[in-house]
Design a protein. Structure first.
Length: 252
C-alpha cells in the first residue's frame, strides 16, 4: 500500500549517536508518508523524545500546552509521554472513525505517535486515508468545501464549548484536501448526523484506503493525523497500554 511504509532496518536508538546519518531521510519519510511503522524498537523515554525532536516539537505538560488538557485521566510518564491504556478514559468500548483532537481549541491539529513498548493484545488500530479518498472524488470536495460542523469530546474536558471547524481543509504541507469531519467528535446538528457520516464513508469507501495495524511489541507507529482517520474496535481480551506522544511537525 503506497501510503503505508514499514521500516525494519533502522534502530532509532542510534539517532542519539553522532555518527548516525539517516536523520534527514527519516524526517523526509515521515513527511511524505502518512503512516510510517518502525519495527522492533527498544527505546527509553529519552530516546523516544529524541526521535520526536527530529520530526518536530512535542506537546508537553505545561499549563499552556495540550497534554495537561487532554490527559486528565491518563498516566503521565514524562512531560511529553502519556500512557494510553485499555482502562483509561475510553474504557474497552469501540471508538469510531476520528482524527485526534479536532475538539481541541487550537488552530493546527497536531500529529501523534503510538509506541507498543510492551506486549499488548491483538486489538488493532484501523486507519483510513481520507485524503486519498477525496482526491478520487472532486465532487465531494466541491460539496464540502464551504461547510462547517461543530466538534466536542464525549468526555469531560476543561472547556465546555464546541469548536467550529470546516468539513475539509487543505493539508498544510501536501497539495491535497483532508477530511476533518468525523464520527467521534462532531456534534449532530442540522444535516450532520452519525447516520449521514456512516453513509458518507460508505460512499467514498475503497479497499485500498484502509490499513489495519495489529501491534507487535516494539512497533512505533507515526501517523499524519490530518491525512488519515482512525478507529479502534471494542477490546476483546487482555490489557493494552501504549506510549503516546503528541507533536507538531517542523514543516507546519
Ligand atoms: Fe485516536
Amino acid at each position: 500500500m503506497s501510503w503505508v511504509e514499514t521500516i525494519r532496518d533502522v534502530n532509532l536508538a542510534n539517532l542519539c549517536v553522532k555518527s548516525f546519518k539517516y536523520e534527514e531521510e527519516i524526517r523526509n519519510r515521515v513527511k511524505q508518508t502518512p503512516l510510517v511503522i518502525f519495527k522492533r524498537q527498544e527505546l527509553t523515554n529519552k530516546q523516544l523524545l529524541h526521535f520526536v525532536s527530529v520530526l518536530g516539537t512535542p506537546w508537553d505538560n505545561n499549563t499552556f500546552s495540550g497534554n495537561l488538557q487532554t490527559s486528565l485521566k491518563y498516566e503521565i510518564e514524562n512531560d511529553s509521554i502519556e500512557i494510553v491504556s485499555h482502562d483509561g478514559i475510553l474504557k474497552n468500548r469501540d471508538v469510531p472513525w476520528h482524527l485526534d483532537l479536532t475538539h481541541y481549541p487550537t488552530q493546527n491539529i497536531p500529529n501523534r505517535l503510538l509506541y507498543a513498548f510492551e506486549d499488548i493484545n491483538k486489538t488493532p488500530t484501523i486507519f483510513f486515508n481520507s485524503s486519498l479518498a477525496l482526491k478520487k472524488r472532486p465532487d465531494i470536495i466541491e460539496n464540502l468545501k464551504y461547510r462547517y460542523v461543530y466538534h466536542k469530546a464525549t468526555y469531560n474536558t476543561p472547556w465546555n464549548w464546541p469548536i467550529k471547524r470546516p468539513c475539509i481543509q487543505k493539508h498544510p504541507y501536501h497539495d491535497y484536501w483532508s477530511l476533518l469531519i468525523n464520527k467521534s467528535f462532531c456534534v449532530e446538528k442540522d444535516w450532520f448526523t452519525r447516520k449521514w457520516f456512516d453513509e458518507f464513508i460508505e460512499d467514498i469507501w475503497d479497499d485500498d484506503l484502509e490499513y489495519v495495524h495489529t501491534y507487535e511489541k516494539g512497533d512505533l507507529v507515526v501517523y499524519d493525523n490530518l491525512s488519515l482517520l482512525h478507529r479502534r474496535p471494542t477490546f476483546k481480551d487482555g490489557p493494552r497500554r501504549l506510549k503516546r506522544v503528541t507533536w507538531e511537525p517542523y514543516w507546519y
